[in-house]
Design a protein around this ligand. Structure first.
Ligand SMILES: *[C@@H]1O[C@H](CO)[C@@H](O)[C@H](O)[C@H]1NC(C)=O
Length: 478
């Protein structure tokens, strides 16, 4: 144990005695500073210890030899007879055995030095790897600092975005809390107004419905005078032109008609009237059979002195004309107040069994004899196919015309707008469509045909009259 202590002391002394010895043993040529970072704060590089690797821990560093002892070692003491000087002067001269011990120790030193070499290498290796670890740790710290910096930056970005998001959130919340409710209030206001309008409209509809519960009857006072027809009435004293009740046959119920008691000696019974287009004449067979439209109006005189647009009805017309010889007066007016007429001294309508066949004769007047002669602007067969005399009555739902076509849609009444004694098809079309202004074109017509209120021998096919009427009267000429 004591020898070991001495040994280690001598090893330390020998090691520290000459700094050059270090280089002698440094066989590997190691430069411990080579990869040592210089710029780091923790670098406590000490230039007084060249070649001595430094690690983070001082405890792993070999303890340097004391300076004082090193200087003592440098003095070479000559051997004296019988002894030798001790390494430490205070200890004086050593005995011969002591000298032998010194020699032995010096001899041993070489061996120890040799043994030290690999140890040194190991220490260097350790130092190198320590440096590596240190560098690694440094790099790690750098990376960590960088991470921290990036983290801080990210934190800034995140807080920036958080701020933006908070602003947006505030805006949206304000919008939801304030703008939306006000918009909804606005819409509710609009809705309320619409609701009020609907209520007003419903009230108006209700009033109209109440008004219309009773069928609209002309509040015409029925004149005291009555008769079989208008001629009978005028002879009985009904001299005013107005609505009257007539009863041609005691077996049938009386009905209303308009009597013209002023013009052409009076006694004229109105069977057809057009004047303003207020009544639709595009009607079915049954409607034409029973009659339709407005007989008369009271325009403020206390009685119904103004006729409306109407068709008396094929049943009534047939019955009246078969009671005895009947004449017909057809009066018409264009859109420039020009008036013409056509009169037939014989006018008869057969019963429904024969589809109300028309028979006319005895023309007089200035409108043109269309019913008997057809359209004078046409020739040959083109004219004869416009003659109405002898024709059956046709409506769009009951085709009795002379236009024989495999195509069932080819019907005069369908194309020309009204019920009439169509041939193929017409020279007169008093029940046609009402065109305001007179002149019209085929492009205006529903089927491209002359479907207006036409009297060809006066105004041609493409002029629709302003007014036309048909009146009948018993004929006593024979
Ligand atoms: C009848 O009308 C057709 C077509 O418009 C015409 O081609 C023909 O010549 C007319 N016939 C007569 C006799 O005018």
């Amino acid at each position: 144990m004591r020898i070991l202590l001495l040994l280690s002391l001598c090893v330390i002394l020998a090691w520290a005695s000459d700094p050059l010895e270090y280089d002698d043993y440094d066989l590997t040529g190691l430069d411990a500073r080579g990869n040592r970072p210089l710029s780091h704060r923790r670098d406590t590089y000490n230039p007084s210890q060249p070649g001595r690797p430094q690690t983070g821990s001082s405890s792993s560093r070999p303890t340097p030899a004391p300076v004082g002892v090193k200087q003592e070692q440098e003095k070479e003491r000559p051997l004296e007879a019988g002894g030798c000087t001790h390494a430490s002067e205070q200890l004086g001269v050593l005995c011969p055995t002591g000298c032998e011990l010194k020699v032995t120790i010096v001899k041993q030193e070489t061996n120890v030095m040799q043994a030290m070499a690999p140890l040194r290498n190991q220490v260097d290796e350790l130092s190198r790897s320590s440096n590596h670890i240190y560098n690694y740790v440094e790099r790690m710290s750098d990376v960590l600092r960088e991470r921290q910096r990036v983290n801080d930056d990210n934190g800034e970005v995140v807080s920036h975005y958080t701020g933006t998001i908070e602003e947006e959130h505030t805006y949206i919340k304000e919008t939801v809390d304030n703008a939306f409710p006000s918009d909804i209030r606005l819409l509710q206001g609009v809705l309320d107004k619409i609701r009020q309008k609907i209520q007003r409209l419903e009230k108006a509809i209700q009033v109209q419905n109440d008004n219309c519960k009773e069928p609209c009857i002309t509040s015409c006072p029925i004149p005291v005078v009555s008769g079989k027809e208008c001629e009978d009435i005028i002879r009985k004293g009904g001299v005013e032109s107005q609505m009257y009740m007539i009863q041609p046959d005691p077996q049938n119920l009386p009905y209303k008609v308009f009597c013209d008691q002023n013009n052409n000696n009076g006694g004229w019974l109105l069977i057809q009237n057009r004047m303003d287009g207020s009544v639709d004449f595009g009607r079915r067979w049954d409607s034409y059979r029973r009659g339709f439209g407005n007989i008369a109006f009271d325009v403020g005189k206390g009685y119904c002195q103004t006729p409306g647009e109407y068709w008396l009805g094929n049943e009534q017309i047939s019955h009246l004309t078969k009671m005895g010889p009947t004449e017909v007066l057809i009066e018409m007016e264009d859109w420039s107040q020009n008036k013409v007429h056509a009169k037939y001294s014989q006018f008869t309508i057969q019963s429904e069994n024969g589809n109300y066949v028309l028979s006319v004769d005895g023309y007089s007047g200035n409108a043109g004899n269309t019913l008997l002669e057809g359209a004078t602007e046409l020739f040959g067969v083109n004219r004869t196919m416009t003659i109405h005399n002898g024709m059956m009555f046709s409506t769009y739902d009951r085709d009795n015309d002379k236009w024989y076509s495999c195509d069932t849609s080819k019907q005069c009444s369908k194309e020309d707008g009204g019920g009439w004694w169509y041939n193929r098809c017409h020279s007169a079309n008093p029940n046609g469509r009402y065109y305001i202004g007179g002149a019209y074109t085929n492009s205006m017509a529903k089927h491209g045909t002359d479907d207006g209120m036409v009297w060809m021998n006066w105004k041609g096919s493409w002029y629709s009259l302003k007014a036309i009427s048909m009146k009948i009267k018993p004929s006593f000429t024979s």
